[in-house]
Design a protein around this ligand. Sequence first.
Ligand SMILES: [Zn+2]
Length: 72
Amino acid sequence: MTEGHRVFSRMEVVRIREEWARSGGADCPRCEQALLVERIEPNPQVSYVRRRHWLLCPSCGKSALLETPRGS
Ligand SMILES: [Zn+2]
């Protein structure tokens, strides 16, 4: 494996983001497996204004990085 992380396509990310925003959880568009969610703590050396979450499918191993608006 030299390609690093496999990622969802842009359209898949859109679907995941919408489902996640609506229900607080999301399934893999391919496997219909619940995605694992890991919060990414902001790097204090970079002034991120958004919190970020890493969503990973335990089945196919694809992942997506989502940002959530501040205060949500
Ligand atoms: Zn999957």
